[in-house]
Write a protein of this length. Structure first.
Length: 370
């Protein structure tokens, strides 16, 4: 069933994907399609991959480790630590917890760093030109944070009396990267590597040291809702545009290993894990309201509580990842795909359903419950 489900995603139009599913001690790895549409080089299940916002779970775990050590307080205002980055009343009102669960009200910096995406999240008002313009741009995280902090707020810190949900924003996690550096005296990527990646015993996971993915990997094809046709390879890219919010490179096996250890209480303490699993409503980048904790959330189709699948999804230009682990740690799936934003747009400029969407949903169902 798993092999057929993976093949169906390829037949639906995905160039290549690779998966690891675990059920207790049983492990299934599979791959379908190509890593390079020009040479027909096949994908393999052990390839390294840019995992996008799955990085946030690693960053959140590193912050919780510092909370356990008494160097950061979850409900302290960020202005106490980084007054120059979030000054004044906002710095006093926004707490570390609000950054972790996206209830700070801080706007997304990306449309300001990438001018052709200025209309986002209204996709029809965007163009993909900036993706090429910034392929080798070295961004300063402080400058990116300033773009998000000075942009019009997208909500009230902590929510408002009407119960409006938080809004997912990468600005929050760039600030957490600066917070880790302030608390530890070393770059956030070093801190996350030391306290989380090495603690979990991950051998094929790390932050990029240049514009290439080291080791066996796939090309990454970006379609930007049909505006890039044929889809263009963005596997070579300077990932400073996301840093500790979404630049991590890993494998599907390492992701399963990490989330199994996290949910077992081996990365952060059980009380910290409980904090990570305390969810609030947040509007995702796709415009859906989801339950979101501290860098961790229950996946679609499950709710917090026994039997929930916890994890995170992630995208970069051309690449996508989804990882999910049942709360008892026994059932897991991590999947990587090498094309993004495959949907077309309807006359109103909204993404239209695509066969890949249904095939991926079927794969997740088989992996979770099959």
């Amino acid at each position: 069933m798993l092999h057929a489900a993976v093949e169906e995603v390829r037949r639906a139009g995905m160039p290549g994907l690779f998966v690891e599913v675990r059920d207790g001690e049983q492990v299934w790895r599979g791959a379908a399609g190509v890593a390079d549409v020009g040479t027909a080089r096949p994908v393999t299940a052990d390839m390294r991959h840019r995992v996008g916002s799955v990085t946030k779970t690693f960053t959140a775990a590193a912050v919780l480790r510092q909370v356990e050590g008494g160097r950061i307080a979850l409900d302290a205002p960020i202005g106490q630590y980084l007054p120059e980055l979030v000054p004044g009343e906002r710095g006093d009102a926004i707490t570390v917890r609000m950054l972790l669960n996206h209830t700070s009200g801080l706007a997304e910096y990306l449309p300001y760093a990438y001018p052709s995406l200025k209309g986002f999240p209204v996709v029809a008002d965007t163009r993909p030109d900036s993706l090429d313009d910034h392929r080798f741009t070295r961004f300063d995280p402080v400058e990116l944070i300033e773009m998000g902090v000075t942009a019009p707020a997208v909500g009230t810190p902590g929510g408002d009396e009407g119960g409006a949900p938080g809004v997912y924003s990468n600005t929050n996690y760039l600030l957490l990267g600066q917070l880790l550096e302030q608390a530890t005296g070393i770059p956030a990527e070093q801190c996350i590597t030391r306290d989380v990646i090495e603690r979990a015993g991950l051998r094929d996971t790390g932050f990029p040291t240049g514009t290439h993915v080291e080791g066996p990997h796939s090309r990454l094809y970006e379609a930007w809702f049909g505006m890039i046709d044929p889809p263009r390879d963005y596997s070579v890219y300077d990932m400073s545009w996301v840093g500790p919010t979404a630049s991590l490179i890993s494998t599907v096996s390492d992701l399963n290993r990490f989330f199994r250890a996290l949910l077992a209480g081996d990365i952060v303490s059980p009380s910290s894990l409980e904090q990570m699993q305390r969810t609030v409503p947040v509007v995702s980048q796709e415009g859906r309201v989801i339950a979101y904790g501290l860098g961790l959330h229950p996946l679609e189709g499950t709710a917090p509580g026994p039997g929930a699948f916890w994890g995170h999804g992630g995208t970069v230009w051309g690449g996508g990842t989804l990882t999910m682990t049942r709360d008892d740690g026994r059932r897991q799936m991590s999947v990587a795909v090498n094309m993004q934003r495959w949907n077309g747009l309807d006359p109103e400029g909204r993404p239209t359903p695509h066969p890949i969407d249904g095939a991926l949903a079927d794969l997740c169902r088989v992996a979770m419950y099959g």
